[in-house]
Ligand binder design. Structure first.
Ligand SMILES: Nc1nc2c(ncn2[C@@H]2O[C@H](COP(=O)(O)OP(=O)(O)OP(=O)(O)O)[C@@H](O)[C@H]2O)c(=O)[nH]1
Ligand SMILES: [Mg+2]
Length: 362
């Protein structure tokens, strides 16, 4: 009897042991599985981390080469000119005059040229620089510093549609820039509406419609010679009711000296605010880099007459006057958001002061 009990106990213990062993094996297998899963997940994260910089590097280098190519004429004028001056001889008045001429020739502007020459003269007086090559090196680093502002993104509405109003003189690239920006937003998955506020010419509406077709975004357009403010009213109402993310408003080209046309722009801003009180979230002045110093005049005038939140500088690819970008960054608090370096869809690039400076000097 006692023997039987002992045997039963032994058997029970054996079963328990086996069960325990089985359980432990299952637990270990589960643990291994979870560790493996974790490892695989970590691998994926690591792979992504490795992939990302590569991808970014590729994107950055293609952006860099695009901008560098676009700026080649300006680079030739500005940096090529400076390098010609760069000798080991001592600095004299002739050298300083020559330096000043070359800065002005690359359209940096009088104010910024005077600032650069002033710093150079102070450094000479303080015996910080003696040779011409040291002076040229210093000019390059001053320009780097002027340009070296933080890169900014366009303001975005806290809620509801974000409205951007594009203004500028005739033919600077407003409509083309809207087309390119519309395509960018569309690619980001945003719902985009474009308002044809240039009711002055039938061709202007057709041109914008063509860009919208290409970018696959919606357009709102009225008849030729109708009041552009009415188009703005309709567009903002539709942007709100149909929950658009972005509304891009085109306007006809106008000279900053034409008072009635500038008042028309103020009226458009007011009408836009009727449906979206904090809009336009940015009134953007489009400037053609070819106009050089006139771009500075246009910025001053548009800014004082209608208020500006940002700038777009186009056609840098076709000009040696890209130095104007340096003058604008130095003279105005208004940020440059995009630069145009060609006519292609991806030739309008977000402005990066650092990439701009590196493209000029590297
Ligand atoms: N090379 C080059 N051409 C550009 C660039 N941006 C615009 N253009 C060209 O400039 C010309 C005028 O562009 P539009 O977009 O029609 O200019 P706009 O300001 O809307 O003109 P208006 O409506 O007449 O005042 C077009 O032929 C564009 O292709 C650029 O960055 N580089
Ligand atoms: Mg236009």
């Amino acid at each position: 009897m006692l023997f039987n009990k002992k045997k039963k106990e032994e058997k029970k213990a054996q079963i328990l042991k086996e069960k325990l062993a089985e359980q432990t094996a299952q637990e270990i297998a589960a643990q291994i599985e979870s560790v493996e899963k974790e490892y695989q997940a970590q691998q994926k994260v690591l792979e992504k981390q490795i992939d990302l910089p590569e991808e970014e590097k590729k994107q950055k280098s293609s952006l860099f080469s695009k901008i560098k190519k676009g700026l080649s004429k300006t680079k030739h004028m500005l940096v090529g000119g400076l390098n010609e001056l760069s000798g080991e001889e001592a600095i004299d008045d002739d050298f300083l005059d020559d330096l000043e001429d070359r800065l002005l020739a690359s359209d940096i502007g009088i104010t910024t040229t005077e600032k650069i020459i002033g710093i150079i003269k102070n450094k000479i007086a303080a015996y910080d620089i003696k040779s011409q090559s040291e002076a040229v090196k210093t000019v390059k680093s001053i320009i780097h510093n002027i340009l070296d502002h933080g890169d900014l993104s366009l303001p975005v509405a806290a809620s509801g549609p974000t409205v951007y109003l594009f203004v500028g003189v005739n033919g600077v690239g407003k409509t083309t820039s809207i087309g390119k920006i519309a395509a960018k937003f569309k690619q980001e998955g945003k719902k985009v509406l474009v308002a044809a506020g240039d009711t002055f010419r039938a061709a202007a509406i057709e041109q914008l419609a063509e860009w919208c077709k290409r970018a696959d975004v919606d357009i709102i357009a009225n008849e030729i010679n109708s009041d552009p403010a009415a188009t703005m009213y309709e567009a903002t109402a539709r942007a709100v009711s149909e929950k658009y993310d972005v509304l891009l408003c085109d306007t006809s080209g106008r000279l900053h000296t034409k008072k009635n046309l500038m008042e028309e722009l103020s009226k458009m801003q007011k009408v836009i605010r009727k449906n979206i009180p904090e809009a336009p979230h940015a009134s953007l002045l489009v400037l053609d880099a070819n106009t050089g110093q006139n771009a500075i005049m246009q910025t001053k005038e548009f800014s004082s007459l209608i208020g500006l939140d940002g700038l777009i500088i186009t056609k840098l690819d076709g000009t040696a006057k890209g130095g104007v970008v340096i003058g604008i960054v130095n003279e105005f608090e208004i940020p440059i958001y995009f630069i145009g370096v060609g006519e292609g869809l991806d030739d309008l690039q977000p402005f990066s002061a650092r990439i701009f400076a590196d493209s000029l000097f590297d």
